[in-house]
Design a protein around this ligand. Sequence first.
Ligand code: NAD
Length: 460
Amino acid sequence: MAKHDLVVLGAGPGGYTAAIRAAQLGLDVACVEREPALGGTCLRVGCIPSKALLESSEKFHEAKDGLRRFGVIVSGVELDLPAMLEKKDDIVRTLTQGVAGLLKKNKIRRYAGHASFLAPDRVQIEGDDVVEVEAKNVLIATGSNVAALPGVPFDGDRIGTSTEALAYPTVPEHLVVIGAGYIGLELGSVWQRLGARVTVLEYLDRILPGMDSEIAREAERVFRRQGLELRLGSRVTSASVEGQTVTVHVDGAEPITCDRLLVAVGRVPNTDGLGLERIGVELDGRGRIQVGPHFATNVKGVYAVGDVIAGPMLAHKAEEEGVACVEHLVTGYGHVNYDAIPGIVYTHPEIATVGKSEDELREANIPYRKGLFPFAANGRARALGMPEGRVKVLAHEQTDRILGVHIIGPRAGDLIAEAAVAMEFGASSEDLARVCHAHPTLAEAVKEAALGVDGRSVNI
Ligand code: NAD
């Protein structure tokens, strides 16, 4: 039987990054993955293909409707959907093969098949053959799966998940999306740009729960202006398919018919079939693996990171945890700062956030000051033709330490990196405001919002 220092279950961002870091630190590492392609949900059917389609659909939308205001007239614009989907698949193929290459380069033994525990230090892998491996330590990084909605059965065609919505063979006439979270808004935007009528049904009275509510309200206004039909306070009770038509029943409202229904109401941890009960790994009330400091479960030698444990289900959060876990295992040090994990919605404009929202500060009675700066007053945003949105910087009233930064606007997802770095270094809003930002750049809006905390914004 093969023996390894560390066996990582799952080759998503959490698992493969942890495996590589552990190999760099000198461990003999193996990684088990049941899908033929490596990279997990993120690379195969999540972050990467959705960003590919977001970029491509935005290009189509711009060419078709968005360039005239720049004095560019384009005629005869057509959509070649199969080519757009192939471009996405090609990006996914390249990147998943890249992960395989990285494992090889780092001499990580790859096992193909479904892993389950026989004992805390023994894992069975069912692939073409059934093999057993022995491990001093096992790291569970098996990710998450789509949450189902009672009464709304997936049929793999008309009623589906984000996986199907990344590959609709034709542009839906009317796409109904359940859930105005990350997936609903990103994929809803994609198909709307490609010509579909899109209705988003959200149970709550707001979109993007958990995000700063002022920024979410602004996002709601922008999406409505773009033509997305947002129906808030809508509880879906059931849905059924007849031929090519889906009927969606909403509590207290007329049923809605459409040709495609996308369910995007969250994700649940992948813990089934791992044999966790056999070795006694404890779960929390929501089915997530319970971990203590440094990602150790209650079973000695068994660790867990990423979507299977508590916290935001984000690829980069899983990566940081994977690295911190194996670094602690080998060196005794390893840490994740949960106050500086950015979150980004890659719509147009993008929405990005790091740290505490204004709602959270208010709720926790933390005194703060706030600086706001609109992109309408930023020269570069004007030149880009994207004057919508704003930057909001929240800093502690007494210490001025930055507690949160929230952005809706052009390239918000890139701009937020500056805020994350500042927060990681414990910066004050004054620090950020005094950094020289090149002119004319979008980043100047961040500096101006930081100046705004002290009422000193210049260009507004
Ligand atoms: P989400 O948690 O972001 O949003 C789900 C939404 O569905 C919420 O607004 C919720 O109120 C709503 N909802 C729940 N039940 C409902 C019901 N019965 N009827 C109507 N609305 C209902 O979940 P998601 O969009 O499915 O994404 C899943 C996970 O994937 C998230 O945790 C997210 O972090 C991650 N993700 C991240 C990105 C990114 O980083 N850009 C992109 C996609 C997904």
